[in-house]
Design a protein around this ligand. Sequence first.
Ligand code: HEM
Length: 505
Amino acid sequence: MAVLGIGEILVAVLLFVVIRYWRLNRHTPIVKWPILGMLPSLLLNVPTIFDYITSLSKQERGSFMFEGPWFLNMNIFVTSDPMNVQHITSTKFENFGKGDDFRDIFEVLGDGIFRSDSQLWKYNRTILHSAFKQPSFRLFTHKTIEKKIESCLLPVLDHACKAGMEVDLQELFQRLTFDNICSVVLGFDPNCLSIEFPEVAGEKAFTEIENVLLYRHIMPRCLRKLLKWLQVGIEKKHKQSQEIIDQMLYEQITTSKFKMLSQSRTQADDSQYSLLNVLMNNESGKEKVDDKFLRDTAINLLAAGRDTISSGLTWFFWLVATHPSVEAKILEEIQENLPQIKGNWKDLGVEGLGKLVYLHAAVSEALRLYPPVPLEHKCALKSDVLPSGHRIDAKTMIIYSLYSMGRMEEIWGNDCLKFRPERWISKGGGIIQVPSYKFIAFNAGPRSCLGKNISFNEIKMIAAAVLWNFQIHLVEGHPISPSISIILHMKHGLKVIVTKRSIGT
Ligand code: HEM
């Protein structure tokens, strides 16, 4: 029998230590390995990362420091404590920016609002805030989605219904919201949503980029940089996708400029309205309105308005389909409050939408449990002590989990995991206003979402139109779980069969 060499003995001892360590710690969520820190546990839990963060947060009373391998500088402070979140987003807003790491990961967003801090952010926010509050903008967004529902969404569902075919509602909503946000921002409809489900390069490129972005968060920075430098794997895909998107954006910017030059403002009508045009006409920002500024602003708005709404809609429809009593109450509310609609959902109008309190509550409840943006990323500029007592050094990366905050008993009570729209309705029958640092789906403080009202209106219009006209049946056995992305998509989509609803005809 051969005698074991020193190498083999060392490997055997190492294996023994690793297996023993794993066996002792396998039921503890926070496992810190010698040298590697918590990285192995994180990698093992990547497929269920949002629930993993939630269980660690619960175990550590809201906050914990994720410690990566000491040589990779990967320490991240993770919190779901609403007091910490209020401190970061509002009280000490000036001390918590996006930071260099965020800028590095999200370079595709250029100098747009999501990727900027300080003066540049203020400049972006002021311009967009003034564009968003114009009544003409609100009216235009309402009309655009109304037209899209009427001319595309309902006919596509009608077709699926007649053909008895399965539909992936997630894909359908992604196509719808991409068409819609492109129409609003660029003044151009790529027509992704039609019976044929055509492949539109720009739309596909967006999905590719989102998938890469979450992996960039998890991957050690040096590995990310190496892949980027070598232009292989996910980094190659990212570059190709960005080129496709840039080509689409610059083409639209050139077309918009050309149209603006060839037609005087007095001739302007609805068909020329777009956020690009509003920005190009914006006197206060004239010196900065170059093509790069327009490209950066446009891509930030497309990112903001496309997948957030489609993700919210997908989870909403799944929750409603699995809670028939909620569906019945939504339909009852539409019928009671709007007896005149008699089959025509369009008669809802803006005022009609305001009357649908239960529907509003059901949408809020879906966004609480499944926030389209599950994690937020910040960086401390100076050292600080958080309300939880944790000390944060300057340049520490911070993640607050919107997903976990929607599942905290301390905020939502013992039934926090239940889909219960009633929790949003006051005794007087109105919507209970929950502070944004608790209902965090739209972020809180000075950087809270500029599209919150638009989103509620859009989701409610689509929900009312679809539920009024169709019954949604989930395809049996189809698995439902979140995908690993910066947006909370469903990993396998939402496969359904639709049938015509008789009250809507
Ligand atoms: C259900 C739909 C939506 C959700 C859940 C949502 C959520 C959020 C969240 C979490 C942020 C903070 C992001 C960050 O700072 O990194 C944000 C910011 C923002 N959102 Fe939304 N959003 C939605 C739809 C929209 C739409 C439709 C628009 C516009 C068309 C929009 C425009 C913006 C803008 C401009 C910001 C940047 C605010 C800033 O940094 O000052 N959002 N949104």
